[in-house]
Design a protein around this ligand. Structure first.
Ligand code: KG4
Ligand code: ZN
Length: 405
């Protein structure tokens, strides 16, 4: 089954073709980084306008790179949530129109869930997957699977029991980790997008030079935080089903048990503020000095040392919680997903501390792309009827907490 994926939820216009949820046939990503770099961040109206300009050429490119025509496409999968409303509308409108014109089944896909599915791509068209550092055979992750989802908008630990059957173990209480990378980059005067800039600067920095705090979240839950205890918490509540546009979302309020257990939660806002205060101290100005002018007072060595010190604590925070969850739930596989999953230090630390082999997805499939949308589209299509192109609606804010399929 060949699925055409379409992604336009933020600042990347992307289309890709994936066969049987495991073979990457083509993958086209048109990034708007250069446009938004002028403003230091994504401007929603500019993003939507740029999607309109390139969506059709990007889709045509995905077909021609795959050497396919519309006759070869069995289904269309498109991101409908979450994201910037104007951006989502462009991709979904293109997908709905094409589904009608070409008479193809249409499937709505949740962007954050899809990030996880980049890990299910294991083959190129030649049958071999291009792993970093050479070609090798990659395995699909096994269930139960622990997923650390780390992007510009999300930081979550999710335990997948099967396709479409997962529970949220923990999430950030404030900023997402990618957001913290982006904000720290601004404080340090490193270029947009912040994550890769901080990672690059950190390569030559001393991670021990500045001592920054690691957030410890308090949890009111009594007793152990084992799988059994969470299952007991889960069985105390109600499940209800809600309809979000066309996507039917199962709300498993109790399984999440957010109100009692923060054991696997994260917090990054304090770390970001600690960097700001440390930079103020280092440059000898007080809190009233404009933060936007701080960077000019740092030299390259200080900048690199701040980047490395911040990155080390951010990575340790993520890996500490992932390690706890791994020990408590004994998953058969661990995957990381989302833009921050491209961070080499995170990959190194996770592999060092977890006693299992982790097959990381290629860096270009961690940041936004449509291959992950097409991949999840395949598994979603095994369990669901297609959505009517006339009814599909976008849902700009739909957390993974509330969605299971
Ligand atoms: O998944 P993504 O492309 O878009 C969202 O859905 O948010 O993630 C973007 C985020 C940004 O915050 C970016 O700074 C961060 O991922 N990022 C990185 C790296 N590459 C991208 N953060 C740390 N290290 C990287 N190498
Ligand atoms: Zn994303």
């Amino acid at each position: 089954m060949n699925v055409l994926g379409i992604e336009s939820s933020c600042d990347e216009t992307a289309a890709a073709i994936v066969r049987d949820g495991r073979i990457l046939v083509s993958n086209v990503v048109n990034s708007q980084i250069d446009i938004h770099a002028l403003y230091g961040g994504v401007v929603p109206e500019v993003a939507a306008r740029s999607h309109i300009e390139v969506i059709n050429p990007v889709i045509n490119q995905a077909l021609s790179d795959a050497n396919m025509t519309w006759d070869d496409i069995d289904a269309i999968a498109v991101t409908y949530a979450p994201g910037l409303i104007g951006s989502l509308l462009v991709g979904t409108l293109a997908a709905r129109t094409l589904a009608l014109l070409k008479n193809k089944p249409l499937f709505p896909i949740h962007h954050v869930e899809a990030h996880v599915y980049a890990n299910f791509l294991v083959e190129g068209v030649d049958g071999i997957w291009n792993m970093e550092g050479g070609k090798s055979q990659k395995q699909q992750p096994e269930f139960p699977m622990l997923a650390l989802i780390v992007s510009g908008g999300h930081s979550q630990l999710v335990l997948f029991h099967d396709h479409g059957d997962y529970e949220l173990l923990g999430q950030t209480q404030d900023d997402a980790v990618g957001e913290a990378f982006d904000k720290v980059a601004k404080i340090l005067g490193l270029p947009y997008p912040g994550g890769p800039s901080v990672a690059k600067a950190a390569l030559v920095g001393d991670p021990k030079r500045y001592v920054l705090p690691k957030a410890q979240l308090k949890c009111t839950h009594s007793g152990a935080h084992t799988g059994a205890s969470r299952k007991a918490q889960a069985s105390n509540g109600l499940n209800r089903t809600e309809k979000y546009g066309e996507g039917v979302a199962q709300v498993a309020t109790s399984r999440i048990a957010q109100e009692v257990c923060h054991y696997y939660d994260f917090s990054f806002s304090g770390l970001k503020t600690a960097v700001l205060r440390a930079v103020q101290r280092e440059t000898g100005v007080d809190f009233t000095f404009p933060s936007g002018e701080l960077a000019a007072r740092l030299n390259d060595v200080q900048r690199a040392d701040f980047a490395a010190s911040f990155q080390q604590i951010a990575v340790e925070t993520l890996v500490d919680k992932a390690e706890k969850a791994f020990n408590d739930f004994s998953p058969k596989s661990v995957v990381i997903a989302g833009g921050v999953a491209a961070n080499s230090e995170l990959r190194r630390e996770l592999s060092d501390r977890l006693p299992l082999h982790i097959d990381y997805a290629p860096m270009n499939l961690c940041t936004d792309n449509a291959a992950m949308i097409a991949t999840l589209g395949y598994y979603y299509a095994q369990k669901h009827e297609p959505t009517s192109p006339y009814d599909l609606r976008v849902v700009p804010s739909l957390s993974m907490i509330k969605t299971t399929w």
